[in-house]
Design a protein around this ligand. Sequence first.
Ligand code: PEP
Length: 252
Amino acid sequence: MRRKLLLGNWKMNKTVTEAKVFAEEAKHLGKEARAHKIDMGVCVPYIDLVPVKKIIKNSLIVGAENCHYLEKGAYTGEVSIPMLKDIGISWCIIGHSERREYDNETSEKCNLKILALLKNGMTPVYCCGESLETYEANGTKKFVEEQILKGFANVSAEDASKVVIAYEPIWAIGTGKSASKEIAEDMCAFIRKILAKLYGRRVANKVRILYGGSVKPNNIRDYLLQDNVDGALVGGASLEVESYKELLTNLL
Ligand code: PEP
């Protein structure tokens, strides 16, 4: 049985001062989520990790939004996995479409990051999803399959089940135009089928696959009622503590 997972993604939002206010108000939510067998957390900018973790402790998952795949070296401005581990962070988003678009993040590079995170016992949240152009040209499945195959290259069957996948159609991110629950289910089921081909049904059935793209308190339930949608990656609605709370309460 896969546990439901609700993850926020703050992107480049919140100063340390703002992040602390959010953390104080949200820290009790983890207990409530766990009582309903839901894992809940938030991925935040590097600078917010330490203060947010200090307040939230282990109540909610606190994750990073990116990392470098090498341990250390001359990579100005980057943050390594050992640096994240050292401050108690064990979750990290990889390959968000904004990083793919603005920072030239390829699936091959994502694969190096996924392998490095797994080697360090951490949980990658691997994002995939197509542009509006690809969607309108009926190219979604081919495109996403390639992202999955490249992202999972050299990942063992044992490790594969530790990866979380987030299917996020780019045309639905931050646009207010969410994919229908049928599209979300169809794509999450399709991704599970690819994993079954790679690793067998047993492993595929263990992997948590999230939907992301304009998930709000008023539509989250529809997505999470789908057989293959195991949770949500949420941008905008995770920024205000009230709507973040409602994402959970509307599921209960
Ligand atoms: C995201 O940041 O991954 C995302 C899905 O954003 P939003 O919920 O704002 O569409």
